[in-house]
Design a protein around this ligand. Structure first.
Ligand SMILES: CC(C)(COP(=O)(O)OP(=O)(O)OC[C@H]1O[C@@H](n2cnc3c(N)ncnc32)[C@H](O)[C@@H]1OP(=O)(O)O)[C@@H](O)C(=O)NCCC(=O)NCCS
Length: 142
């Protein structure tokens, strides 16, 4: 698996948007809201390729000088549970460290809290509903 940063609005970026739609939104009966993508220029777009095939991706969105948010974490449905999400998150944490961020926060879907716990993230605060399903905030000090 080759992990790389892709440019906003590049061809690879739009492939990521498609994967995010397939893995994260369609299973909830939602469709992609293209107007939201306008907010993504300041995010770091990270993708994992096997050959030419995009297999996973996520975004890192700077919030404060020391805090960055991990968002839109998606591994292709056919290859989940094979350690790819773990590699993707580890690669992204290293990028955040290189950029001198001290903390990653994220809005975890409740059904994947165990995944992030294995990656060293801790829950904080109360549960809430986002995109129609229960979420909880998590964070990791880098
Ligand atoms: C959640 C997701 C990113 C995890 O990636 P993955 O490649 O399937 O997970 P990995 O194989 O790297 O799992 C790493 C570890 O976490 C565990 N894990 C994975 N998913 C889990 C879950 N839902 N609950 C608890 N543990 C989980 C694995 O068993 C593995 O444990 P191990 O290291 O002891 O073997 C991926 O399944 C996905 O894209 N899911 C759908 C979209 C989604 O929910 N994204 C997150 C939104 S917050």
């Amino acid at each position: 698996m080759n992990f790389t940063i892709v440019h906003y609005q590049s061809q690879e970026y739009y492939r990521m948007v498609e994967l995010r739609d397939t893995v994260l939104r369609k299973p909830l009966g939602l469709t992609l809201d293209l107007t939201l993508l306008g907010n993504e220029e300041t995010s770091i777009h990270i993708a994992g390729f096997e050959g030419n095939t995009l297999q996973c991706c996520l975004l890192l969105t700077p919030l404060e000088p020391s805090i960055i948010q991990m968002r839109q974490v998606a591994v292709d449905t056919h290859i989940q549970s094979k350690g790819i999400g773990k590699q993707l998150v580890q690669f992204s944490e290293n990028i955040a460290r290189e950029l001198f961020y001290k903390e990653i926060i994220l809005h975890a879907r409740k059904n994947v809290v165990g995944f992030y716990e294995k990656m060293g993230y801790s829950t904080y605060g109360d549960e809430y509903i986002e995109v129609s399903i229960p979420h909880i905030n998590m964070k990791k000090i880098l």
